[in-house]
Write a protein that binds this ligand. Structure first.
Ligand code: SF4
Length: 339
């Protein structure tokens, strides 16, 4: 079935629903794919399966609506638009079908253009990564890069060749440059931060190729870190979303900062919003243990400087010496051992 420019596999849905004996299903989709959720709900209702739509955001494979599902007593969740669970192991119940929506827009011409531009800039190899929406095009993209005279390089994430998500770029292998096939600059920016290589965005929706510029984001991160170095009080943000919940990391951060004489409180959120943060007054800086992209892309949500866990080492050392933008995407507890 094609909805807008996305293809989903109806048979996968029917087979999964039948084999799991699901009679009541909650359907979840990111805001841009809600139309697919409606189409799937109609398909299921035609087959006498009761379908409910989650009206909430579905930010990523980290954000599965278990609480909503349990509150209405459904047997199963169909989570549209993401490849699988991110940063958590799904509990046995309710069962979840992760249903990718594959874009029918062919990005080959754009990737060939990015390869030519990378070659003109001196590259001889190009790492190719995509969001799950465009992953089916990967064989054609590798051919396009090779025909431009560059070596195509790919890795994989969760068994999917070339796959990236907004907080995990482990599939980017060593190459001169990187090309990212995705809508907008969100994933391309993350890839540039993580890979520390020249990165090209190939956006199939805008039909546009552009080189990612990190200067602004680095300036904003350095400003936030230097303000946080002087802060005496910190609010640590913990998310209740299954793949964003890092309460043990938050507890460790709290202890570490308290040992350095800071006043610290942990607050739990489902959606992190400015309004909710402003209800908790009296903190000079924030540590975000939820989605790391909040601090990178939406720092305006926080009423003061916000750090991701990997950036805390600069607060602990009192200096930004040796700064790497990549630290914004690191959750490793060992970073807190600090100087
Ligand atoms: S980038 Fe954020 S929303 Fe996306 S999968 Fe990672 S934690 Fe979830």
């Amino acid at each position: 079935m094609i909805v807008d420019s996305y293809e989903i596999n109806e048979e996968d849905i029917f087979t999964w629903v039948k084999s799991n004996g699901a009679r009541k299903v909650l359907i979840q989709a990111p805001d841009g794919l809600k139309k697919i959720a409606l189409a799937v709900s109609e398909l299921l209702e035609e087959r006498d399966v009761r379908a409910f739509i989650s009206a909430s955001h579905a930010w990523g494979g980290c954000d599965v609506a278990y609480d909503e599902a349990r509150s209405i007593g459904v047997d199963a969740i169909i989570h549209i638009g993401h490849h699988g669970p991110v940063w958590f192991k799904p509990p046995g119940k309710p069962r979840v079908l992760f249903l990718p929506a594959f874009s029918t827009l062919n990005p080959t011409r754009l990737v060939a253009q990015a390869a030519r531009e990378a070659k003109d800039a001196g590259a001889s190899s190009l790492a190719i990564v995509t969001t799950i929406q465009h992953a089916k095009w990967l064989p054609a993209l590798k051919e396009a890069v090779a025909s431009e005279g560059l070596e195509p390089i790919t890795g994989s994430l969760s068994g999917v060749e070339g796959l990236i998500v907004g907080c995990n770029y482990a599939s980017i292998r060593q190459a001169d440059d990187v090309v990212v096939v995705a809508g907008g600059l969100f994933h391309a920016l993350g890839a540039a931060i993580w890979s520390e290589r020249p990165t090209w965005s190939a956006d199939p929706y805008q039909e546009k190729v552009s080189r990612v510029e990190l200067r602004n984001v680095v300036a904003r991160r350095l400003y936030a870190i230097s303000k946080a170095i002087d802060a005496r009080s910190f609010l640590i943000v913990v998310s209740s979303k299954p793949g964003q919940n890092r309460v043990s990391l938050a507890t460790r951060v709290k202890r570490t900062l308290e040992e350095r004489g800071r006043r610290v409180l942990i607050a739990v959120f489902n959606e992190v919003t400015r309004e909710l943060l402003e209800n908790i007054q009296g903190f000079e800086a924030f540590v975000n243990t939820a989605c790391p992209r909040l601090a990178l892309d939406d720092e305006g949500v926080f009423p003061g400087p916000v750090l991701n866990p990997g950036e805390l080492k600069y607060v602990l050392s009192g200096s930004v010496e040796g700064y790497s933008p990549r630290d914004a995407l690191v959750f490793d507890l060992r970073l807190l051992d600090g100087p």
